[in-house]
Design a protein around this ligand. Structure first.
Ligand code: NAP
Length: 471
């Protein structure tokens, strides 16, 4: 998503001399890699689209993953970006020498460029848990981001480990398709109800004929998202968050009839602390006679299934690992070597940091989209990347206009930003007593802890006093 966006915005701003490197044989990132049953985006489709490329044909308010993938591919073709992508070519090394970036790729080729934009995503290194016996399971077993479509599911016993957004979407899509469905829950989740109506033919025609309707709708969706969810998560004491909690509690009370199951599904932490689940069908699916919520801890995996701490063996034909991603990798395993031989691995030895999530001291003319500590839990990542790109292009302009040859954040500015960020994170919902992938090794959310309004303001134009401009 952010690579295609970069191509389009670079072209638009007159930067025609660019190349996009793609490690896979197809574009699409998240939407290429996640093809699991029920994959969809829980940001409304008319908001989860590029602002400049509205799509009148979205089938639903929250459209399925395959449609989103097709949308990105179409946009890339329409804007002439596709032909600029070098597929199956992973960048293995990026080194800053003599004022330029020297690139090496998996195909053994090299390139020398003035600027690098890492549009490499966040959630793409599968986290495979260290559960005893995983390798001895004799049935079919795969991670959600490596879904094996050759494995039949109908009439089989399927188990899913995890209760994140992914597992909840799978449960809703799959429970009525299989003979027996077991969901292995380590921690319950709050679930926000989410209606997902299909757009009618006449609504789609109306969007086609009146693009201004889509624009207006996108604007009001963004505003609503910003004024409610995005503001609530950064202020744990806000009435907005209380509102979200009330809705989730009501959803649980009203839609799970068995009191025992209801208590098993009731989290003991605040709604929004983990990434909020949006779903309309999850509770119904779990209450089907062939579905089971397993809350006893997993002792080990055996050849025939999953053994839980109560001694029971849950026999399975298919085991799905829905345990999320390693979120601290960003563009790694690419070797990135900045000024004077500074290795990214050294700069990030403690944990990934970046000034405003965009630039790293001593890595001049190197920028990131959706990099470390950005608004990954607050807003649509499309708008986040769009704003970041606008900011990056202003930094690029400083070099192109001859004001300097190299630009990167000052170490002091980056440290101050981190200090402020950590201080503000104390007010957010992410630190109110749960474990989640938002938290770093210290338990501090690796997320933008302020409002989205503030993010937009900071991205509007760079404060150059925070930058080291060389030459
Ligand atoms: P996740 O949110 O990290 O959830 C991982 C799940 O696996 C958690 O329930 C976790 O339990 C469980 N788990 C991890 N290790 C385990 C172990 N050893 N034993 C048992 N359970 C274990 O991963 P995800 O569901 O793939 O979602 C990742 C992110 O992708 C989401 O937060 C969201 O940002 C994004 N996403 C978005 C959408 C969308 O619609 N926009 C859809 C899917 C995913 P604990 O809670 O106990 O740690």
């Amino acid at each position: 998503m952010s690579g295609i966006l970069s191509g389009i915005k670079l072209q638009e701003s007159g930067h025609d001399d660019y190349v996009i490197y793609e490690k896979a044989d197809r574009m699409g990132g998240t939407w290429r890699e996640n093809t699991y049953a029920g994959v969809a985006c829980d940001v409304p489709s008319h908001l989860y689209s590029y602002a400049f490329a509205p799509n009148p044909n979205w089938s639903h308010r929250f459209s399925p993953g395959a449609e989103i993938q097709a949308y990105f591919e179409k946009v890339a073709r329409d804007y002439g970006v596709e032909e600029r992508i070098r597929f199956d070519e992973e960048i293995t090394k990026c080194e800053f020498k003599d004022g330029r970036w020297h690139i090496e790729t998996s195909k053994g080729s090299s390139d020398v460029v003035d600027f690098v934009i890492a549009a490499t995503g966040v959630l793409h290194h599968p986290n495979v848990p260290d559960i005893k016996g995983l390798e001895v399971f004799e049935g079919d077993c795969f991670h959600t981001a490596r879904w094996d479509h050759d494995v039949p599911l109908a009439g089989r016993r399927v188990g899913v480990i995890g209760t994140g957004s992914t597992a909840i979407q799978i449960t809703t899509a799959l429970a009525d398709q299989v003979e027996h469905y077991s969901l292995f829950q380590r921690t319950p989740q709050w679930v926000m109800p989410q209606e997902n109506p299909a757009y009618t033919e006449s609504e789609r025609e109306n969007f086609q004929e009146h693009p201004e309707v889509m624009k207006e709708m996108r604007g009001s969706m963004a505003q609503m998202f910003e004024d409610t969810f995005a503001t609530a998560v950064v202020d744990a004491n806000s009435p907005l968050l209380k509102n979200i909690e009330d809705l989730c509690r009501k959803n649980l009370e009203e839609n799970v009839s068995d009191p025992e199951l209801r208590e098993k599904l009731r989290p003991d932490y605040r709604a929004g602390c983990k990434r909020l689940i949006m779903s309309d069908g999850f509770y119904d699916s779990l209450q089907r006679p062939n579905a089971e919520l397993v809350t006893e801890g997993i002792e080990q995996i055996e050849s025939k299934g999953v053994r839980t701490s109560d001694g029971r063996l849950h026999e399975l034909d298919v085991l799905v690992i829905a345990t999320g991603f390693r979120v601290d990798q960003f563009m790694r395993p690419m070797a990135v070597i900045g000024r004077n031989g500074t290795q990214l691995e050294e700069a990030w030895a403690d944990r990934p940091t970046a000034y405003l999530s965009v630039t790293i001291p001593d890595f001049p003319n190197f920028f990131m989209l959706n990099g470390p500590n950005g608004p990954v839990g607050n807003f649509s990542l499309i708008d986040v990347a769009d704003l970041q790109l606008g900011y990056i292009l202003q930094l690029v302009e400083k070099v192109e206009s001859g004001e300097c040859r190299e630009i990167s954040a000052l170490a002091a500015a980056s440290e101050q930003f981190e200090e402020d960020r950590v201080e503000a994170a104390a007010n957010t919902v992410w630190v109110t007593g749960c474990n989640s992938w938002y938290l770093d090794d210290r338990g501090i959310p690796a997320v933008w802890p302020w409002t989205f309004h503030r993010f937009r303001e900071r991205m509007a134009s760079p404060d150059l006093s925070a930058y080291e401009m060389v030459g």
